[in-house]
Ligand binder design. Structure first.
Ligand SMILES: Nc1ncnc2c1ncn2[C@@H]1O[C@H](COP(=O)(O)OP(=O)(O)O)[C@@H](O)[C@H]1O
Ligand SMILES: [Mg+2]
Length: 418
């Protein structure tokens, strides 16, 4: 019987850990038989950079992009293959223009989500453009930065309207710190944002397609300790709210691989950062959750390719705003309505049916692999390339402990624990 081969392109920068994991799992997946009996096989390939003719036909059906947020050649190639060839992208650079948090804040505020009070201020240093002086002299009004900060209240956060990795993020306690932070902000546009402080829990959700893992995050710890292995750390209703907000943001902007950060205070959920074009999926930071992430990436790619899910190019902002703008609906009612739209967008029910009927072997396949000596080699290689020699033993033990916990919870024993 004929078989369809689906090529997944990986657009990578410096990462080796999760790509190796993903490639291994795809190569072990075997064939998937769809509802009509037709067989499908997934294949991966790392994409290389070269000149491209705009009329070239790409060989890839789906691309997982980890590079275009800073490298513009592949970004333009992604736009071309999305527009001309219907290649399915995780994520599309068209929607990640709003990788600047700013657009995401605006959209979520309109939808009634509890984004802390946020003000965008003009940059400290003028843009490098000969027209600026004339334009600014004519049209820029003087503004009173301390007065804006006073209105927001201290402490507050001054942070870039875009970007990530905590670069340029300042916690500001008083006027002196405010002016110093602003003076060093240079040409970066900055938001001033009310601090959500104190908060009970920092919930960081990683979403891959139709699935979301809500994790307890401890930003004050070094990277390897930030994700706590914790279950039931949110009440069911708050947990559901965090999940709904994450899925809403993703469905709204068509982001299929993203992380969303919410600060939870009692029963109040405040999202503060949720536009990460290339979310962290490193083995060293996700540890216990790494097998889930790899499994879900595999399942979501299989679902998209085998069912022929169409790559979305357009946003459907109006459907969401029609709910957000209604005055007769409560916050909870709006959340439920958004959740229905978002679940529909990600085809959540069909995805779960597909996993149950077409990918019943994947959970065991991932467990077998994570329990194997081959996985331990990946773990060791990752530790060697990440930490200095004198710390490697400690970090290898740390990761083996946490991933081993996951393996044991699935009822298996890691081959590498002995
Ligand atoms: N409004 C806020 N209230 C409390 N903490 C905040 C707020 N904004 C940012 N932070 C803290 O600063 C960190 C970095 O800010 P964030 O907006 O997530 O920027 P980045 O995109 O660089 O991760 C957050 O993880 C959080 O610990
Ligand atoms: Mg963040």
């Amino acid at each position: 019987m004929s078989e369809t081969s689906h090529l997944i392109g990986l657009l990578l920068g410096t990462e080796e850990d999760w790509p190796t994991a993903f490639e291994t799992l795809v190569s072990r997946l075997g064939t998937i038989t769809d509802a009509s009996g037709h067989r499908h096989r997934l294949v991966t390939e790392r994409i290389t950079m070269e000149p491209f003719d705009l009329r070239d036909r790409p060989r890839y059906e789906l691309v997982i992009d980890r590079l275009a947020y800073w490298y513009y050649l592949p970004r333009e190639w992604l736009k071309k293959v999305a527009l001309m060839n219907d290649v399915y992208l995780l994520n599309s650079p068209f929607t990640f223009q709003s990788m600047e948090k700013h657009a995401a804040y605006c959209a979520m505020i309109r939808l009634g989500i509890k984004v802390p009070p946020t003000v965008l201020v003009p940059h400290k240093d003028p843009p490098d453009n000969a027209r600026f002086q004339y334009t600014a002299a004519k049209y820029n009004l003087p503004f009173d930065l301390p007065a804006i900060a006073d209105r927001i209240g201290y402490p507050l956060f001054m942070k870039p309207y875009d970007g990530g990795q905590w670069i340029g993020v300042n916690r500001v306690r008083d006027r002196g710190e405010l002016m110093r932070a602003y003076d060093t902000s240079g040409r970066r546009l900055m938001h001033l944002q009310a601090a959500v402080e104190p908060f009970d829990v920092f919930a960081r959700s990683l979403s891959i397609g139709a699935e979301t893992m809500v994790m307890k995050f401890r930003p004050e710890l070094p990277m390897h300790g930030r994700y706590a292995v914790a279950h039931d750390f949110l009440s069911p209703s708050v947990g559901d709210e965090v999940l709904t907000i994450s899925r809403l943001v993703n469905a709204f902007f068509r982001w299929e691989f993203n992380s969303c950060e919410c600060l939870v205070n009692g029963d109040q959920v405040h999202p503060i950062d949720y536009a990460n074009a290339s979310p962290d999926v490193a083995l060293t930071s996700l540890h216990y959750y790494f097998p889930w992430a790899m499994k879900t990436l595999l399942k979501w790619c299989a679902f998209c390719l085998v069912t022929g899910r169409r790559a979305p190019l357009d946003l459907d902002t109006r459907s969401y705003f029609e709910i957000g703008d209604r005055e007769d609906l409560s916050y909870e009612e709006k959340l439920s309505a958004y959740r229905r739209l978002a679940d529909e967008y990600f085809d959540v029910d069909r995805y779960h049916d597909f996993c149950a009927s077409r990918l019943p072997h994947v959970d065991e396949l991932v467990l077998d692999w994570v329990s194997s000596a081959e996985f331990d080699r990946l773990l060791t290689d990752t530790v060697r390339s990440t930490y200095p020699t004198h710390e490697q033993e400690q970090f290898a033990a740390h990761l083996r402990g946490l991933v081993g916990q996951w393996v044991r919870e699935q009822g298996a024993q890691p081959a590498w624990a002995t």
